[in-house]
Design a protein around this ligand. Structure first.
Ligand code: SF4
Length: 486
């Protein structure tokens, strides 16, 4: 029988959620959804820069499989390579109970000590305050490398960066076996369970690749953790009082709910959310504001948020009630021009975001209707970056449809992001749904000029504004059904 494979990622995931560690090992991988946390993008970009400066002439080698990577790393060590970037290391390891597991991982750098000729691990971090999980990771690599080389070693953290992109601090690290052994015992205990540990949806679940699968499980159990904004302490208070499912919570009166510590003003909101899940339908909590009857413009923008970006807008997108869309894209080296990008709509290239705001103003300035956007972000960016005449003309017309929506109706969903709400009404993004993918395409287009890249970025921007139109329209067409309002 093959030994259990244990990686530093698995151990880190177990610390945050045992279920995640279990699913990473035994779960149906077709249920996983790729998630790219923004922090990881920054971490990858940081490591790349630091590695390039530290080893500017490194050769790149293709590796087709894990085993090939391990063999190649071993060959390079035998050949006494000075540095091995992204080394593949693996070692059988006997736990205290005699069970053999396989420890495997990829080290940022293996450097050959010129005196001892031993290979020592280096972990590169963008931040300068290392956490327990970082130490665990380096302990993990040290354990493997000490076994491989049959010698005591030191590891290193390269933390932050200076103006020349060298590490700001180099921190020496000596193996602390106790923490690693504790975590390996814990991993072994969890991975020997026949069933996955129970679902417990919390804030960090949004960055987990099992989020969608776990939400479905929670949905079928009518789990309390489905409730948006129910914190863990309040949830525990409910459970102690015997309320363990949304069905039970939905059956309580507002007064009964308010007897639980942590629930006062939020009682009606929690109850409406619970009812939405239990009855699997929208539940109305207030009258829809009349202003929505005026129709209006749907608006969304993208800002440069990837590593190297300065946070300023690179795209403004808007459409009318019928979904006729326009997009202003900042392209500093291109002519101001208007082209029709089928099937997306009109694309206007502008020199800078000032010009983008003016183009937007010119278009929506033909009437005085509300300009709908989702959350305070877009209005905040307008306040921070739009020219004063544009702000004076448009800020008063900005209407946060997200705020109106959650104050008016609740859905059987855990998140009220535009992606989730529009999806509930059957809308789907025609390409990707990730802002960073659009910004990546935009950056590629700036460099290459390839239409395919700007088309994909604009498709994303256009879908964001069409999604707003779908939600606005649903409110207009359904608000008369608000018989739930108490
Ligand atoms: S979504 Fe949450 S509960 Fe599910 S595995 Fe991931 S972290 Fe654990």
């Amino acid at each position: 029988m093959k030994p259990l494979i244990i990686t530093p990622t698995l151990l880190r995931n177990l610390v945050t959620c045992e279920r995640r560690g279990w699913l990473d090992t035994y779960g149906d991988s077709t249920q996983q959804v790729d998630i790219t946390p923004v922090g990881a993008l920054y971490g990858v970009a940081h490591e790349k820069v630091i590695q390039t400066v530290a080893s500017p002439y490194a050769d790149t080698m293709d590796v087709a499989s894990w085993d090939e990577g391990v063999n190649l790393t071993q060959d390079l060590m035998n050949e006494r390579a000075a540095v091995i970037i992204g080394a593949y290391i693996e070692q059988r390891y006997e736990l205290e109970n005699g069970t053999e597991v396989s420890l495997r991982g990829r080290v940022d750098r293996l450097t050959r000590n010129p005196e001892s000729h031993l290979y020592e691990p280096v972990e590169i971090k963008q931040y300068i305050n290392i956490a327990k999980g970082d130490e665990l990771q380096l302990n993990f690599y040290l354990t493997i490398l000490q076994h491989m080389q049959d010698a005591k070693l030191r590891g290193y953290f390269w933390l932050g960066s200076d103006a020349q992109n060298h590490p700001r601090y180099v921190l020496q690290h000596v193996l602390n076996p106790a923490h690693l052994q504790l975590m390996l015992r814990r991993a072994y205990a969890v991975l020997n369970q026949a069933d996955a540990p129970p679902v417990n949806l919390v804030a960090h679940c949004k960055t987990c690749s099992w989020y969608s699968a776990c939400t479905e499980v929670a949905r079928s159990n009518l789990d309390l953790s489905l409730l948006p904004r129910l914190n863990s302490q309040t949830r525990r208070n409910l459970e102690r009082g015997g309320i363990t499912s949304l069905q039970q919570l939905a059956a309580l009166s507002i007064e009964e709910l308010q007897r639980f510590k942590g629930i006062k003003k939020t009682a009606a909101s929690h109850r409406a959310n619970a009812r939405a899940f239990v009855e699997d339908r929208p539940v109305w909590v207030d009258q829809m504001p009349d202003i929505l009857h005026q129709g209006g413009w749907m608006f969304d923008l993208e800002t440069a948020a990837l590593p190297g970006g300065d946070g300023s807008p690179w795209s403004l997108g808007w459409c009318d009630e019928e979904g006729k869309s326009q997009i202003a894209i900042v392209a500093p080296t291109q002519q101001h021009q208007r082209v029709t990008l089928n099937p997306i709509g009109e694309l206007i290239t502008v020199r800078d975001y000032d010009e983008a705001w003016h183009v937007f103003h010119e278009s929506v300035g033909v009437d005085e209707k509300p300009i709908y956007h989702w959350s305070g972000f877009d209005a905040g960016v307008m306040r921070a970056t739009a020219p004063t005449p544009v702000k004076n003309a448009l800020l008063g017309r900005m209407h946060d449809l997200h705020s109106t929506f959650v104050n008016t109706v609740r859905l059987p969903v855990r998140s009220y992001s535009i992606k989730k709400v529009a999806a509930y009404f059957g809308f789907s993004w025609s390409g990707y749904e990730e802002w960073w993918a659009a910004e990546t395409d935009y950056r590629k287009w700036l460099i290459s000029g390839e239409v395919q890249h700007i088309t994909q970025a604009c498709q994303y921007q256009r879908d964001d504004v069409l999604a707003l139109a779908v939600v606005w329209k649903w409110l207009i067409e359904n608000h008369h059904l608000n018989g739930d309002v108490e």
